[in-house]
Structures are given as C-alpha cells and as structure tokens.
Design a binder for this molecule. Structure first.
Ligand SMILES: *[C@@H]1O[C@H](CO)[C@@H](O)[C@H](O)[C@H]1NC(C)=O
Ligand SMILES: *[C@@H]1O[C@H](CO)[C@@H](O)[C@H](O)[C@H]1NC(C)=O
Ligand SMILES: *[C@@H]1O[C@H](CO)[C@@H](O)[C@H](O)[C@H]1NC(C)=O
Ligand SMILES: *[C@@H]1O[C@H](CO)[C@@H](O)[C@H](O)[C@H]1NC(C)=O
Ligand SMILES: *[C@@H]1O[C@H](CO)[C@@H](O)[C@H](O)[C@H]1NC(C)=O
Ligand SMILES: *[C@@H]1O[C@H](CO)[C@@H](O)[C@H](O)[C@H]1NC(C)=O
Ligand SMILES: *[C@@H]1O[C@H](CO)[C@@H](O)[C@H](O)[C@H]1NC(C)=O
Ligand SMILES: *[C@@H]1O[C@H](CO)[C@@H](O)[C@H](O)[C@H]1NC(C)=O
Ligand SMILES: *[C@@H]1O[C@H](CO)[C@@H](O)[C@H](O)[C@H]1NC(C)=O
Ligand SMILES: *[C@@H]1O[C@H](CO)[C@@H](O)[C@H](O)[C@H]1NC(C)=O
Ligand SMILES: *[C@@H]1O[C@H](CO)[C@@H](O)[C@H](O)[C@H]1NC(C)=O
Ligand SMILES: *[C@@H]1O[C@H](CO)[C@@H](O)[C@H](O)[C@H]1NC(C)=O
Length: 807
C-alpha cells in the first residue's frame, strides 16, 4: 500500500454536479469524509453543470465555498448535496450564476451554511448575463457580512436600501456595472464601511450626500467613470480617507477646496483626466500626501506652492502634461521624494538647484522634453538615484562630472539626443554600479585602435580612448544608431557585459579577433583545477551583440567574423567564444568595388574574401586572402617584359603566393628563382611570349600553372617529370605545339585520365592542326618503333660478334 498521499493543497474538494433529475444517484453527491477521492462524470449537458469548490478561508479550514456555473445555467439546484457539512463556511462565491428567487441566506440555510457566519459574499458575472436585478431581500439576514463584492454584473440599478440588512459591511466592491449614478442613501446603514470601490461603472455624477454616513471610510476608488466634476461636499464627511483614486474620468477642473476635508490623504490618483490647471493651495490641507499621480492630463503649469504644506511627497508622477517650466522651489524640502516623473512635457530647462533637496531620489524620468541642456551640478545631491532617463531631450553635451556623485546609479537612458562625444568624466567613478547605459540614436563615435588596414599601413594607429572603461558593472550597453566605426578593444574590460547593441552604426571592419574571443573576460588560470567549474559556468556568459545595419565590408577583415556567423569556427575556438551575434540572420556586408549590393554574411562565400594592399608593385594589385592564406599579386595587361619583383611587397606571415601575369609581354621565367617566390603555388600567365619553361624556376609547391596562349612548342622531359611530381592544375591551350616525337613525354603525361588539364582539346598541334590528345601514338611519332629495332639489331650484331670472336 504505497499509495502517494494527495498533496495537502489539493484538499479543497472539487465536485462537478449534474443537475438533471435522472442524476439523483450521481456519485458526485458524496459528502463523506473522503471528498477528495471522488471524481465525477462529465456526461451531463453543459448548461446543467456547475463546479463546487471548497477551500480554506484565511485561517478557517473549509471556510470558503465557491460555485462556478456554466454561463447558460438557468437555475441552480442546491438540494443535491444536502448531506454536506458546510457549517464552517464564511465566504461564499457565485461565479457566472443566475440570481435566485429567494434570499442568499435562505440558500445558505438549505446548504447547511449559517447565514450569520457569512462574512464575505461575492456574486460576479463575467458580463455574460444581462438584466440581473438585485433586490433588497436578496441580502436579508446577512447581518455579519463584512465584504460584499458585486463586480461585473451589468446592474443598471440598485434599490436605495439595498444595504439595509448589512450594518457591519466594511468593504463594498461594486465595479464594472452599468449605472449613471448611485442612490444617495445607499450607504445610510453601513457606518463601518472602510473601502468603497466603484471602478468602471459609467458614473456621470455622484450625489453630494452619498458619503455622509460613512465616516470611517479610508479608501475610495472611483476609477474609470465619466465624472466631470466633484462637489467638494462629497468628501466633507470622510476625514479618514488616505487613498483616493479618481483616475480615468473626465475631470476638467478641481477647486481649492476639493481635497480640503481630507487631512489624512496620502495617495491621490488623478491620471488620465482632462485637467488643465491646479489651484496652488489644492493640497494645503493634505500634509500627509505621499503619492500624487497626475500623468496624462493637460496641465499647462505647476503652481510653485503646490507642495508647500505637503513635504512628505514620495512619488510625483506628472508624465505627459504640457508644462514648460518646473518652478524653482516646487520640490523644496521634499526630502522623501523617491520617484519623480516629469517625462513628456515641454520642459525647456531645469532651473539651478531644482533637485537639491531631493536627497532620497531613486528614480528620475525626464525623457521626451526639449531640454537642450542640464545645468552643471544638477544631480550632485542624488547619491541614491538608481534610474535616470534623459532620453529624447535634445542634449548636445553634458556638463563635466554631471553624474559624479550618483554612486547608486544603475541605469541611465540618454537615447535619442545629439551627443557626439562621451567623456569618462560624465560617469560615476571609482564606485560605480552602472548596469545599463542606453545611448542609441546619438551621434557617438569612439576613437579606438583602428582596424582599418589602410590606416594601419600608413602607420596611423589612434590611441584608444574609451570613456566607459571604468564602468565595469555594465551589463547592457545600447549604442545602436550612432556613428561608431570601430568596436573599442577596451570593451573587453567590461566583464559583466551581456548585451551590446551596435545596430546601425558605421562599422566597416570587424577584425577584432581578441574581442570576439574574449578569453580574458574572467581571470582564468588553466593550472588551477578548482577553476574548471568556473570555466564551464562563467566563461559561457555570452555577450549578445547586435550588428545589423552596419556598412560592413566583405573583405579579408570579415573572414573570422564570417566564420563565426556561419558556424564554421573550430570546436576548439568555439569554446573560447563569448560573443553571440544575435541578429546574424540579418547582418550584411558589401564588396569594396560595389558598396550598393549587400550580401548576407551568413551565406557569403568566405573563400573569396580578400583585402587589397596599398603597398604593391606599380603595375600590380596586391591582396591577401585568409581562406588559403594566400598573397596574390595580380599584374594583368601591363606590358610587363619580365617577372616583377615581389620581395618588398610580400607581407610577413608565410603566405603562399599567387602570381597573375595575364596578358603581358614576358618571354622568360627568369626572376622566379628569387627566394621570395619559393612559396609560389599558382603561376597564372596566359597571353605572354614564353617559348620555353625551365622547371628550375618553379617550386615543388606549384598547384596551378596557366601558360595558355604563349609561344610554347615543346616541354622538356624533365619539365614533364616535374609536372608529374607536382600534379598541378594545368592550362596549356593556345600554344603552337609542334607535335613530333619530342612531345611524346608530354603526350603520355597528359593522356593520364588523372591529369588536371583545362580544356584538353585546346592543346592543338600547330603543325598537324589537330588536338594533341586526339592523335594516336603512331601519328605523333611515326618512327616510334625505330629506336627499338636499332637497339635490337645492334645488340644482336654485338652478340653474334662476341659469339664468333670469343666462341
Ligand atoms: C462515497 O465515498 C465513499 C468513500 O470514498 C465510498 O465508499 C462510497 O461508495 C461513495 N458513495 C457513492 C454514492 O459514491
Ligand atoms: C459539521 O462539522 C462540524 C465540525 O466542522 C461539527 O461540529 C458538526 O457537528 C458537523 N455537523 C454535522 C451535521 O455533521
Ligand atoms: C423559486 O423558483 C423555484 C423554481 O422555479 C420554484 O419552485 C419556487 O417555488 C420559487 N420560489 C419562490 C419563493 O418563488
Ligand atoms: C445618514 O444617516 C441618517 C441617520 O441614519 C439618515 O437619516 C440619512 O438619511 C442618512 N443619509 C444618507 C445620505 O445616507
Ligand atoms: C509657500 O512657499 C513659498 C516659498 O517657500 C512661500 O513664498 C509661500 O508664502 C508659501 N505659501 C504658503 C501658503 O505657505
Ligand atoms: C512620510 O511617509 C512615510 C511613508 O513614505 C511614512 O512612513 C512616514 O510616517 C511619513 N512621515 C510623516 C511625517 O508624515
Ligand atoms: C520623511 O520620512 C521619514 C521617515 O519615513 C520621516 O521621519 C520624516 O518626517 C519624513 N519627512 C518629511 C518632511 O515628512
Ligand atoms: C521626443 O520628444 C518630443 C518632445 O520634446 C516629442 O514630441 C517626441 O514625440 C519625442 N519622440 C519620441 C520618439 O518619443
Ligand atoms: C556628428 O559627429 C561628427 C564627429 O564625430 C561631427 O562632425 C558631426 O557634425 C556630428 N553631427 C551632428 C548632427 O551633430
Ligand atoms: C539608421 O540610422 C539613420 C540615422 O543615423 C536613420 O536615418 C536610419 O533610418 C536608420 N536605419 C535603420 C534601419 O534603423
Ligand atoms: C590561380 O590563380 C588564378 C588568378 O588568381 C585563379 O583564377 C585560379 O583559379 C588559380 N588557380 C587555382 C588552382 O587556385
Ligand atoms: C608519373 O609519376 C609516376 C610515379 O609517381 C610514374 O609511375 C608515372 O610513370 C609518371 N608518369 C609520367 C608520364 O612520367
């Protein structure tokens, strides 16, 4: 008997009741002690089903009973579970159920619930039932009810004495119904009310005496209605209210006395109204005010004395209004202000000292204001500030040391400004906890060690000055839409960096191998075995880089990066990579000779990536190609008469050499014996005047020999042996080959099907006007047997001679 005990949380019983009369013996109707082991058939029609659930209510076991009807259910039968013992129930919820033709207390009695025990009644429809009409008698007998929740029922009216029988009511929650107002005396008999929620009801007005008998009221929420104005008398008898929620109405005007009877007001929400002005003394009787939300109104100014009497403000949200100025003394003495939101106004400046008293400020949002400048020292007192947004504020520069004291600053948003230069002195120094820095849409560039090989050759290496080197806690660095040309090496110092957004900058070259392979992002000692765990966990913290929309050049500098993007990095290297190009499917580059055509790096043929070099023979172009580590010197159509020198142009690093001399006037390979040509692998020189090729000029490493269309007539047997040994790709067509016995070696050599010969039929016999390889052996050398016959005759003669002479 190793049955698993059911988890305690599942103790609440869930029974599905079938309502048809034929289901009198339904096994669901089992109120024995083992409720939880029952399961019910789902075969009853939907409109007759409902779910019954019992859970604990606060500390009372089985204290909460909830019915969930099908939305088509017309009548709920309660007689089926008469046997159940619901004596501990204190809270009853009906969801999507119809109203009954008897009172709730009568139904409770039928169920074995004691009506006087019921403290909470929730009757909610999800807006599916219309024409529900709640009557006063429905609530009779619920003398101890504390919480009545009637949300989302589309009630269009309520009897004025609906709460007559519930004198102990503390919380009246009446939201999402459809009434233009409430009966004036609805709260006449509920003096203990603490909370009234009247959200989203379409109220256009409220009777001025509505709240005269609820003097204990603490929380009043009238959010989401259509109220245009208040009679201040509405609030005259509720001096305990600390939370007043009036957001999303149509208020255009508040008067000096609107809140004067609310001396304990702490939280006031007025967002999304149509307010255009505030009286300067509107809060002067509200000394405890802490939270004031006025976002999304149409306020044109803030009275300077707004907070004269309310110095304990902690959260002021003034987002999206139309003020052009912050009065200089507005925030004077607000030592507890922690969140200040002035974003999306028309602020043109910030008066000196505006924030001086705000020593506890943690969050300051000023984005989307046409500020242009910030006075020096503005944030000197903000040692606790964590988050600051100055995005889209038309800033062209920042004062030196502007954040120097902001040692708690974790996030700065400076996106969408006109900053051209970042200085390290802007940012917090020595102690910095800056984790997120957003600088997108500025005009930033960094001077850095240049990766542009052209600049490098000119000896011009800029000294890197990376203003964020000290910001070692950075995790997110957002730099998209700037003017950045190179990725600063110093980024490697930011060992916590996880996100680097460089989209839409001016990056052309990405040869920062070290950056891609940031082994030094953690201090790793391969000899320390205890760190091998580190290697697996911490080393694999990638920097997620976004790079699309940069003018990357498809050249040799992009080779490693292309390999990375194409997942062609070796396993060994892969282990070290800490960079993940998250938008690699969209990173493009263009070839230097046609910048208008963009290629996806992901599908680029990386074997053709080359870089041209400035330093080259005047008649040639020099390039390096990382894919096969090739140095290519191309000197086509230059009327060269001799092999050009290579030495001074060949870069260090053991390159193989390709020499392309197509279409010149060269008659000899003289010059190729020079040591720098010892790594020549590809000699391409069609359309020249070579008569002979002397293999002593060539190296065993030769992989390609193109001597098409020269003046060659024969290949010496030793050259054929040489070519046989190298087995290079050959191109021999277009020469005036003289097909005679001296060409037999070449003929036999080329006939080999393994030979790598370009267009064999173009190797034409000039004398016979036939392709060499179309000849039969006798055609090439008709006397080919003669030497053998001569040898035979000679040797036979010799033998006979010796035989007779010695014999
Ligand atoms: C009620 O539950 C008990 C215990 O699980 C079980 O023995 C009994 O058969 C059930 N009764 C009905 C009518 O299903
Ligand atoms: C119902 O349960 C309570 C304990 O929760 C018990 O005191 C009472 O006697 C039970 N009533 C019946 C009718 O079983
Ligand atoms: C309530 O409705 C039920 C079912 O329609 C009916 O049997 C009962 O008589 C009604 N009770 C009253 C008080 O109207
Ligand atoms: C306030 O209570 C008094 C005394 O019970 C009552 O006469 C009056 O009608 C009530 N007014 C309102 C608006 O509830
Ligand atoms: C409010 O404060 C300002 C400046 O501190 C002062 O000039 C003004 O008299 C004060 N007003 C009231 C009503 O206290
Ligand atoms: C100020 O507000 C804080 C809550 O933010 C509260 O704890 C404190 O008691 C208030 N102080 C005064 C003097 O009102
Ligand atoms: C700020 O808050 C502290 C503690 O919550 C409180 O002691 C102090 O009086 C408040 N300051 C003001 C100006 O209300
Ligand atoms: C930038 O701020 C101006 C107001 O200064 C506003 O009109 C504009 O919509 C803002 N732009 C964005 C992208 O938010
Ligand atoms: C952007 O910065 C460059 C220098 O990096 C400067 O020449 C240019 O004028 C700046 N453009 C704007 C619009 O500020
Ligand atoms: C890139 O930035 C420029 C301005 O610097 C802007 O005009 C362009 O729309 C941006 N392109 C993309 C794809 O974001
Ligand atoms: C040799 O170089 C020429 C010119 O660069 C090139 O077209 C040819 O493909 C190369 N041959 C081989 C086998 O690499
Ligand atoms: C080429 O070399 C192989 C040995 O490497 C030899 O067997 C073959 O005969 C040679 N062919 C010619 C045409 O010299």
């Amino acid at each position: 008997m190793a049955a698993h005990p059911l988890p305690a949380a599942a103790l609440g019983l869930v029974i599905l009741f079938a309502l048809a009369t034929t289901t009198q013996s339904n096994p669901c109707l089992n109120c024995s002690k083992d409720f939880k082991t029952l399961s019910c058939s789902l075969s009853t029609p939907e409109e007759e089903r409902y779910t019954l659930k019992i859970t604990d209510h606060k500390d009372v076991k089985d204290g909460a009973l909830s019915y969930q009807c099908h939305y088509t259910t017309q009548q709920v039968h309660f007689t089926f579970h008469k046997g159940c013992n619901f004596s501990s129930v204190q809270s009853v919820t009906f969801k999507r159920c119809p109203l009954f033709n008897v009172s709730f207390s009568e139904i409770f009695t039928q169920l074995g619930i004691f009506p006087e025990n019921v403290l909470q009644l929730i009757f909610e429809n999800s807006g599916t039932r219309k024409d529900l009409k709640l009557e006063t008698w429905h609530l009779s007998g619920l003398t101890n009810l504390e919480i009545l929740q009637l949300n989302n029922n589309q009630f269009t009216s309520l009897p004025p004495d609906i709460l007559k029988a519930t004198p102990n009511l503390e919380h009246f929650l009446f939201s999402r119904n459809s009434m233009p107002s409430l009966p004036e005396t609805i709260f006449a008999n509920t003096p203990k009310l603490v909370t009234i929620n009247l959200l989203n009801n379409n109220f256009e007005s409220l009777p001025e005496n509505l709240l005269v008998n609820v003097s204990s009221l603490a929380v009043l929420r009238i959010y989401g209605n259509a109220l245009r104005e208040f009679n201040p008398k509405l609030f005259a008898n509720i001096p305990e209210v600390y939370n007043l929620e009036l957001s999303i109405n149509k208020l255009t005007k508040l008067t000096s006395d609107t809140f004067q009877y609310l001396p304990k007001l702490q939280q006031l929400y007025l967002k999304l109204n149509d307010l255009e002005s505030l009286p300067e003394d509107i809060f002067h009787n509200c000394p405890d005010l802490q939270i004031v939300h006025l976002r999304n109104n149409r306020l044109l100014f803030i009275p300077s004395e707004l907070f004269n009497m309310s110095k304990n403000i902690s959260d002021f949200d003034f987002h999206n209004n139309e003020v052009t100025k912050i009065p200089q003394l507005l925030f004077q003495g607000l030592e507890n202000l922690t969140t200040l939101t002035m974003s999306e106004n028309s602020l043109e400046d910030i008066p000196d000292g505006t924030f001086t008293d705000l020593v506890k400020l943690e969050k300051l949002l000023l984005q989307n204001n046409p500020l242009k400048t910030i006075p020096p020292g503005s944030f000197d007192q903000q040692r606790r500030i964590k988050r600051l947004s100055l995005a889209n504020t038309s800033l062209t520069d920042l004062p030196d040391n502007i954040f120097k004291n902001c040692e708690s600053l974790e996030e700065i948003d400076l996106s969408d400004n006109h900053l051209s230069k970042l200085k390290s002195t802007f940012f917090p120094h020595s102690t910095t906890v800056l984790r997120s820095l957003k600088l997108s849409k500025n005009n930033l560039s960094f001077s850095a060690l240049t990766s542009d090989p052209r600049a490098g050759e000119a000896g011009e290496v800029l000294v890197e000055q990376f203003p964020l080197s000290d910001q070692v806690s950075l995790i997110d660095l957002i730099l998209n839409n700037n003017n950045i040309k190179v990725i600063p090496h110093a980024l490697r110092n930011l060992k916590k960096l996880r996100r680097l957004d460089l989209k839409n900058n001016s990056i052309e070259y990405l040869d920062y191998y070290e950056f891609l392979f940031g082994q030094d992002r953690i201090d790793f000692d391969p000899n320390d075995a205890s760190q091998s765990i580190l290697q697996n966990s911490e080393l694999k913290q990638y920097v997620n880089v976004e790079l699309r929309d940069n003018p990357l050049v498809c050249d040799c500098n992009l080779y490693k990066f292309s390999q990375l993007v194409q997942d062609k990095i070796s396993e060994e290297e892969k282990d070290k990579i800490q960079l993940k190009v998250v938008d690699k499917a969209r990173v493009k580059c263009s070839f230097p000779n046609d910048r208008s055509v963009q290629k996806l790096v992901r599908t680029l043929d990386i074997s053709i990536l080359v870089c041209y070099r400035n330093h080259c023979h005047p008649s040639c172009d020099c390039a390096t190609r990382p894919h096969d580590h090739m140095f290519i010197m191309e000197c086509a159509h230059q009327r060269l008469r001799a092999i050009p020198p290579l030495k001074q142009y060949l870069p260090k690093g053991n390159y193989s050499v390709t020499l392309d001399l197509k279409n010149n006037s060269i008659t000899s390979l003289e010059g190729l014996q020079r040591p720098e040509y010892s790594t020549l692998v590809n000699l391409t020189m069609p359309y020249n005047y070579l008569r002979v090729i002397n293999e002593s000029y060539l190296t065993k490493r030769l992989q390609a020999l193109d001597v098409d269309s020269n003046a060659l007539t024969h290949f010496s047997p030793s050259l054929v042996d040489f070519l046989n040994a190298t087995n290079a790709n050959l191109s021999l067509g277009g020469n005036p080959w003289v097909c005679d016995c001296k060409l037999v070696n070449l003929y036999i050599f080329l006939r080999d099907p393994l030979r790598k010969l370009a267009s064999s039929h173009s190797v034409m016999c000039d004398n016979l006007k036939k392709p060499l390889l179309s000849l039969a052996e006798e055609e090439l050398c008709p006397t080919i047997q003669q030497p053998m016959v001569v040898i035979t005759i000679v040797s036979t003669t010799l033998f006979l001679f010796l035989f007779f002479v010695l014999g």
